[in-house]
Structure formats: structure tokens, C-alpha cells
Design a protein around this ligand. Structure first.
Ligand code: AMP
Length: 395
């Protein structure tokens, strides 16, 4: 497949969809530039022989220009990171963008103004996509975080580059690593699904049941499973309208020969607060007035044993309220167990905002095989949906 390593960018202008949706403080300073740094390898590679036109969204403008969402704020930082001056088009389409792009020479980099100043971007408008496409000879998508949206710049634009479209390094890396787990996992394959609610993860769980050997369920969704089976969960988080759904998961796990692991014990609190009183109980005997906030040591031992025997591990969602120090033990120990399994040869894929934050908190990012930047895109990928941004390139 065509990629940025085997494509000759000589005398070509490449329009690159990046995700520069970085957080800015009240002085319009970047507070976390991870996303910009992640795109640098792709930009540098293309700029060795060709010219680069960068396009991105920033924030959620409501339609039309809004100064606070202008990409001009991040221009100096990109210049600094790349060590050279970057050109800026204060409108992503139109005459000035066109003139600037036509005059680009080898090594030049042009940043276009926020795509979402046009409503057409999110609507996936073909006319708008065509205008963007007219700025360049090649289309590169390096924004995995928006690959699940059929927006003009992430998907629709690709049709105007039938033979000159490809993934950037970041996107390729995401796709390769997620495919490795979803479609080519070594067994035993263990998925750990945690987080708050079963309703937001049910489609992923159903999809994973067709692929995994072990499914560990943790976090807030545990209590819906426990209540569905007749357990006492006190005041724990529960989705009463999803009890049947939980029973179906248990049934489907059996049908698919998947071993389902739920917590054995629970660390409980008398209020949703780090200063709360705590108690320990078996998972199905949580007293009234108490809520389950983390898994207990017996569960940690069980989950660790499963993880240690796994060749592939997919983790999405903390198994407790890890943001509070009193209730972080389960998530921390689980992260350490996955890191250990990885050091012994297992392939571990970590994804989802909270899970990535958790392993960051414990300094274990480098100990995992791959940490996805995906968020919503990763979740939809795990649901088994072919993401429009990926399909548009693969054709
Ligand atoms: P999600 O976005 O669905 O992955 O949920 C992540 C959130 O689930 C985190 O903020 C955790 O604090 C929360 N969570 C994990 N375990 C529990 C629990 N037992 N009770 C309430 N919230 C939880």
C-alpha cells in the first residue's frame, strides 16, 4: 500500500490532516503539545522533498470566525518545534490560501486556519472538501482522533485524490497496533473493560466476546452485573435498565467460550469522596449506605493471575475511582501487572482517556506495547466499525 515512506514527494504539495486540537489557557498558550509533537515525524518526512499544507480543527467554534479558536495562536510553537518559520493562511479556503499554496517550495510548511470556522467541515460537505483538495497534489491523513467522523477534511476530501492518498505515520501506527490486537491477536487474549457504565461499552464488549479468551469486567459497571445476578450492591453505581443487558453478556460469554471475570471483593465508601470512611466486603454483600469504589485485594490477585497468563491484553477503563488516592489501588496494581506481562513478551494495547491518564499517573506509558491516542475513534474501532477516515484511504 502507498505510504509516506514509498511515495515520492518531490515537487509535490501534500495537504495533511493533523489533530492540532490542543488545550490552550486563557492567555492562548498551549498547555499540552503532545498532539503537535506526535505529528512532527510525518511533517518532517514530507518536507524533506515536498511542501506541506497543514489543516486541523481547534475547539468547538459555533460557525464562523472566533478569535479564541484561531490556529494563529499555535503557529509560533509549531515553528519552534520544527525550527523554521511556518506560513499561515488566515482562511483555510479561498484566494489567499490558494496563492500561498501555489507558491510553496520544497521544505515549505503552510498552516491553514481552523477548518471548523466553516460549518461545511463537520457536515462533510463535498464542495468544501473539493476546495481544500485544490490546494494540493497529495492527501495525507494523520489525525486518528477524528477518523471516526466523516468530515470534509478527514474523509470526504480523499475522493479527490484517488491515487495520491495515504496515512501519516501516527495514523498508520494506530491502525497497525489496533489491528494487531483486534484482528491478529496472539492467544490467550484478555480484554479488560472498566470505567463507569456498561451502556457506553456494551457494543465493544459484544464485539470483543467474539475475539477474546478472557474478559475482565471492572469499575463502576461491575455493580450492574452483580445486581443482575441477585447480589447486594448498596449505593453503588448501577444502571437499573441494563440488568438484562448484563445477563446477556454473561450468557454470550458462555456461548463464545469466553471466561468472564468479575470482581470478588469491593472497597466501599460511605460517600463519593476521597475523605470518606471505607470498608471492605465481598462484591455481592455491599451494605446499604456504602458504595463500591475500587476492587479489593482478592480481586487484584485474580485479575493479576489472568493478565500474567495472557499473550495479548487490551485495556480500556479503570477498575476503580483511581482519581481518588483511597480508591486507586486496583487500577494501579492492574497497570503494574500489565506492565510486567508486557516485559515478559505480551502485547498490550491501552486506550481511552481515563486509562491513558491512569498509566500516565503511574509512569507506566513506556512499559506498555502501545498507548492509543484515539479516544472516541478507538472505541468505535473496537466496536467493529470501519472508521470512515480509514475506509476513505484504504478505498
Ligand atoms: P469511562 O469514561 O466510562 O471509561 O469511565 C471512567 C470513570 O469511571 C473514571 O473517572 C472512574 O473514576 C470511574 N469509575 C471507575 N470505577 C468506578 C466505581 N466503582 N464507581 C464510580 N465510578 C467509577
Amino acid at each position: 500500500m502507498q505510504n509516506i515512506d514509498n511515495f515520492d514527494f518531490g515537487n509535490k504539495r501534500a495537504i495533511v490532516r493533523v489533530d492540532f486540537n490542543v488545550p490552550l489557557n486563557s492567555k492562548n498558550e498551549i498547555t499540552d503539545d503532545t498532539r503537535i509533537r506526535a505529528a512532527l515525524p510525518t511533517i518532517k518526512k514530507i518536507a524533506e522533498k515536498g511542501a506541506v499544507i497543514l489543516m486541523s480543527h481547534l475547539g468547538r467554534p459555533t460557525g464562523g470566525y472566533e478569535e479564541k479558536f484561531s490556529l494563529k495562536h499555535i503557529l509560533p510553537h509549531i515553528s519552534k518545534l520544527l525550527g523554521k518559520e511556518i506560513l499561515f493562511a488566515d482562511d483555510c479556503i479561498g484566494e489567499s490560501a490558494k496563492n500561498l499554496s501555489l507558491n510553496l517550495k520544497k521544505g515549505d510548511i503552510l498552516l491553514l486556519e481552523n477548518l471548523r470556522f466553516y460549518k461545511e467541515e463537520e457536515k462533510g460537505n463535498a464542495e468544501f472538501a473539493k476546495k481544500l483538495s485544490e490546494l494540493a497534489d497529495v492527501y495525507v491523513n494523520d489525525a486518528f482522533g477524528t477518523a471516526h467522523r466523516a468530515h470534509a477534511s478527514t474523509t470526504i476530501i480523499a475522493q479527490f485524490f484517488p491515487t495520491t492518498k495515504m496515512f501519516g505515520y501516527l495514523m498508520q501506527n494506530e491502525v497497525d497496533n489496533i489491528d494487531k490486537v483486534l484482528n491478529g491477536a496472539k492467544h490467550p487474549f484478555t480484554a479488560i473493560m472498566g470505567g463507569a457504565k456498561v451502556s457506553t461499552k456494551i457494543t465493544i464488549i459484544e464485539n470483543l466476546l467474539k475475539r477474546v479468551d478472557n474478559l475482565i469486567i471492572g469499575g463502576g459497571m461491575t455493580y450492574t452485573f452483580i445486581k443482575a445476578q441477585g447480589g447486594k450492591i448498596g449505593n453503588s453505581l448501577v444502571e437499573d435498565d441494563k440488568l438484562e443487558m448484563a445477563l446477556n453478556v454473561i450468557e454470550n460469554a458462555k456461548k463464545n467460550n469466553v471466561k468472564l471475570y468479575l470482581a470478588l471483593d469491593s472497597v466501599n465508601a460511605d460517600s463519593f469522596d476521597n475523605g470518606a470512611n471505607t470498608s471492605l466486603s465481598t462484591i455481592n454483600e455491599i451494605p446499604e449506605g456504602w458504595m463500591g469504589m475500587d476492587v479489593g485485594e482478592k480481586t487484584v490477585k485474580l485479575f493479576t493471575e489472568v493478565v500474567e497468563k495472557s499473550a495479548s491484553i487490551l485495556w480500556n477503563g479503570p477498575v476503580g475511582v483511581f482519581e481518588m488516592s483511597k480508591f486507586e489501588n486496583g487500577t494501579k496494581k492492574l497497570a503494574e501487572a500489565i506492565a510486567k506481562a508486557t516485559s515478559k513478551g505480551a502485547f498490550s494495547l491501552i486506550g481511552g482517556g481515563d486509562t491513558v491518564a491512569a498509566i500516565g499517573k503511574y509512569g507506566l506509558e513506556e512499559k506498555m506495547s502501545y498507548v492509543s491516542t484515539g479516544g472516541g475513534a478507538l472505541l468505535e474501532y473496537m466496536e467493529g466499525i470501519e472508521l470512515p477516515g480509514i475506509k476513505a484511504i484504504r478505498g
